[in-house]
Design a protein around this ligand. Structure first.
Ligand code: GTP
Ligand code: MG
Ligand code: ZN
Length: 356
């Protein structure tokens, strides 16, 4: 293939985020594509000549965990526009994976791949929950993507500043964008943070306004939205699949269904990073392995007693710590290897964020 040909054959995929780094992973004669949506066993595949339906080649079916997800780069064969389904041959290496560990289960579910940003959406109404925001943040720390926090439905509150401060207290330097998808306030400011070719993914509970924001960013209605329930202002799980959209400025956005239950692949390191004031205090405890449960000379208990450490923060730390330990125990030997890899990428990520 001459460089000219390869340039023109890749042309359409540039609009789906193809760049030199991704290109380098494809073999010479391989047809490149990106998964734009996943339905039961069927895929929507962006190719250099348009978006087509696709299925995976037979050998994928023996390995449920390696099925492509929205955002994945894949090699494929077939004749677009002639074959009913193109056939996906190969999954390319992922640069980031947003993964959920179902509580109690022993396997992880990859939600999306190859995203640069995960936008964690929390709405400013009765469903507001900083502890949940913390759990979502941990999930993103582990993904290899950069987190940002979106405070949605600001039009419902006279003074979003109070929420902003509560979010700031758990987000530790993660950018926070207050906005209203309904009035449009703050939407342009958020869109401006994405560079052309970058991919962002929306994450958050049902009803927080992910699809409404998607429509606002697309500047047209694509996604169905659903009213929240009166009694608790939770959503009704309107969105049912993960889909990649092209935004007017050339960036890409994945809308996702609200997660019902947030399981976590986690690590002590992520915990220490998220609750760094607790870890800092812990360094001053008399015993190196202090559990902060009333041991003599415990700096954490002392800070709780004099109020310099927020009791609620500490309770959340404890809850998360239990969850992390429980999940770690569930890991099999092979899982442990995978965990090492994740920890490596997590450390790299934390370094990057610190240097930003
Ligand atoms: N007041 C107000 N309501 C909003 C805003 N954004 C979304 N909503 C409303 O919140 C409800 C839920 O919005 P969706 O966009 O469907 O929420 P979602 O996060 O996509 O929900 P799932 O698809 O179920 O995960 C709808 O009734 C929206 O009109 C906003 O900025 N302000
Ligand atoms: Mg939705
Ligand atoms: Zn202690």
């Amino acid at each position: 293939m001459t460089s000219n040909q390869s340039h023109s054959s890749f042309h359409h995929l540039d609009a789906w985020g193809l760049n030199d780094a991704v290109r380098a992973h494809f073999h010479d004669h391989e047809q490149p594509g990106r998964i734009t949506a996943v339905y039961r066993g069927r895929f929507e595949l962006a190719t250099q000549v348009g978006v087509f339906r696709a299925v995976t080649a037979g050998r994928f079916h023996h390995h449920a965990e390696s099925q492509p997800v929205t955002g994945d780069w894949v090699g494929w064969h077939g004749t677009p526009g002639v074959d009913e389904d193109l056939v996906i041959d190969r999954l390319l290496p992922r640069r980031s994976t947003l993964t959920r560990k179902a509580a109690g289960a022993n396997s992880a579910q990859v939600l999306v791949a190859n995203v640069d940003w995960v936008w964690i959406v929390s709405s400013l109404n009765r469903d507001w929950n900083p502890a949940r925001l913390e759990r979502y943040l941990t999930l993103v720390w582990e993904s290899g993507a950069k987190p940002a926090v979106i405070l949605s439905k600001c039009d419902l509150q006279d003074d979003p500043g109070v929420w902003y401060e509560e979010a700031e207290a758990v987000a530790f330097g993660t950018p926070i964008y207050p906005l209203s998808a309904l009035t449009g306030d703050g939407v342009d400011a958020l869109a401006a943070t994405l560079k052309p070719g970058e991919t962002a993914c929306l994450l958050g509970s049902s009803g927080v306004g992910k699809s409404t924001l998607t429509n606002a960013l697309l500047t047209q209605t694509h996604q169905e939205t659903g009213a929240v329930r009166d009694q608790d202002q939770r959503g009704r799980h309107t969105t049912t699949h993960r889909e990649l959209f092209r935004l007017p400025n050339g960036a890409l956005l994945i809308d996702t269904p609200g997660l019902r239950e947030l399981g976590l692949w986690s690590s002590e390191e992520a915990l220490a990073e998220l609750f760094h004031e607790v870890s800092l205090l812990g360094e001053n405890c008399r015993f190196r392995d202090c559990h902060h449960e009333g041991e003599p000379g415990c700096a954490v208990n002392a800070a709780l007693a004099d109020g310099s450490l927020d009791k609620r923060r500490f309770d959340n730390y404890r809850k998360m710590q239990k969850e992390v330990q429980r999940l770690d125990e569930l890991q099999t030997l092979s899982g442990r290897l995978a965990r090492k890899q994740r920890e490596k990428s997590l450390h790299k990520h934390i370094r990057n964020v610190k240097n930003r």
